[in-house]
Design a protein around this ligand. Sequence first.
Ligand SMILES: [Zn+2]
Length: 285
Amino acid sequence: MQYKNIKKTISKYKIPIIIIICLLFNILIILNYIIKINSPKPKFKQIKPKITFNQKIDYYKPDKIKVQNINPSIISNKTIYLTFDDGPSYLTEYILDILKKENIPATFFVTKGQIDKYNNIIRRMQKENHTIGLHTSTHNYSYIYSSDENYFKDLNDIRQKVFEITGIKSRIIRLPGGSSNTISKKYNQNIITRITNKLTEKSFYYFDWNIDSNDASGSQTKESIYNNVVNKIHSGTNIVLMHDLATKKTTVEALPYIIKYAKENGYTFAKITKNTPKIHHHINN
Ligand SMILES: [Zn+2]
């Protein structure tokens, strides 16, 4: 009996019950909306010099990269030439991945150190349209700066190696220690003056840098590398010195942040060619 009565009552108030449920549901939606619009919105955080790096950088995985045919080497009144010395190493691949993801070109001044192990990396540099520059074969100061003959022998050795791998005879050069180095004085007086003159005579193009990431000194963190670069870049030509030696992990970690800052501040990226404005240090020997 009781059950029948309940059934009867429900049937009698069927429509009002449905209306009440619908109303409650609508009230819930409205309440949810009000809470949403009143809650603080996430703000876009622009990277500024002296940023603190809280997040860990995950290296880009090559199989996650879909961008093809990179490197529109755009030269503007605010151009950055990223240069990486002393590679290739296992880190070079990560640098190439970042450059590919960001769709920008760079320049690598290679040595013979681990080149046989990373032939495929050199070929990838070529395929992805970066500049492969020469940094000497041995990078051994006491050998290369002891005579003009040794320097050119060593340079030709790496040039030949790059040619065997890529078919390119590079004419883009960076002297170990830069053309301002004074270490060479220990081995041969005035050798840098003679070498740089001969390079120019032989139609080679040597490049120093005007922005030092300072990643060559041992204790640099990714934060300090980032700050060293972004605090110094300016309008005109910026040739940035970095390294892709196996020990320079923090350089790789700083790189995406440097690129992000540069892009957000109107810089374009280009690779070094023979037509790039010559950034030459003062020669001290
Ligand atoms: Zn070097």
